[in-house]
Design a protein around this ligand. Structure first.
Ligand code: PLP
Length: 231
């Protein structure tokens, strides 16, 4: 896509966030836009950076590391949002500010152990399989409390909240159901672990962003509606 079209898309997404926040009584500053840039060339990331975008989400580790090298002159906030095998935790611990896709304790333990001492703690969200889909990543909702309690003990991580990728649904009312469930799960965690900085609900993609914001999303992860359809 042309750079001008990408920037126009970016601005349209920003306007949608503001409009949605107004209509549901939230402050737009409560919602951080994460530009999901998987499969996009580094030059497209640079274009949206120049338009003021600071947070970028990547799914594939090697691809992300290559782009980080190309864009090393920009102080981007890098978020890892894809599935992560335990033999690849070190690169995430060393090269990212956030990971949204932690679903088991072993991964969190490795990330904490491998986070370099001179870096601030790695921000993490626990991924929840909110629809209980066989094929999907994420901890079961019933396991999240125990997982969070264990993760909260790890020294080099900051437990920030929860992430989900619900199954696609037909309409906004149906989309809100899993998001509302996530909102109440986060509330439960905040009560269970009052000393943790649990301020993040990472949910909402191009097709269900408004429903997620209406249910308290603080980070929306948008790819297609910024960069166009993935090839
Ligand atoms: C690809 C991806 C997105 C963005 O999806 P779009 O529908 O393109 O906006 C968000 N979150 C995760 C985890 C993804 O893998």
């Amino acid at each position: 896509m042309r750079k001008a079209d990408i920037i126009e898309n970016l601005n349209r997404v920003r306007e949608r966030i503001v409009t949605c926040c107004r209509s549901c009584g939230r402050a737009p500053e409560e919602v951080t836009l994460l530009a999901v840039s998987k499969t996009r060339p580094a030059e497209d990331l640079r274009a949206v950076w120049e338009a003021g975008q600071r947070d970028f989400g990547e799914n594939y580790l090697q691809e992300a590391l290559d782009k980080q090298a190309d864009l090393a002159d920009l102080p981007i906030l890098w978020h890892f949002i894809g599935p992560l095998q335990s033999n690849k935790t070190r690169a995430v611990a060393e090269h990212f500010h956030w990971i949204h896709s932690v679903e088991r304790l072993k991964i969190a333990q490795r990330l904490s152990a491998q986070r370099p001492a001179e870096m601030p703690p790695l921000n993490i969200c626990l991924q929840v399989n909110v629809d209980g889909e066989e094929s999907k990543s994420g901890a079961a909702p019933a396991e999240v409390g125990a997982l969070a309690a264990a993760v909260a003990q790890l020294p080099n991580l900051r437990l920030r909240g929860l992430m989900a990728i619900p199954a696609p649904r037909e309409n906004a009312a149906a989309q809100r159901e899993p998001f509302a469930q996530m909102q109440s799960l986060l509330l439960q965690l905040q009560r269970q672990l009052p000393d943790q900085p649990l301020d993040t609900l990472s949910m909402g993609m191009s097709g269900d962003m408004e429903a997620a914001i209406e249910c308290g999303a603080t980070m929306v992860r948008i790819g297609t509606d910024i960069f166009g359809a993935r090839g």
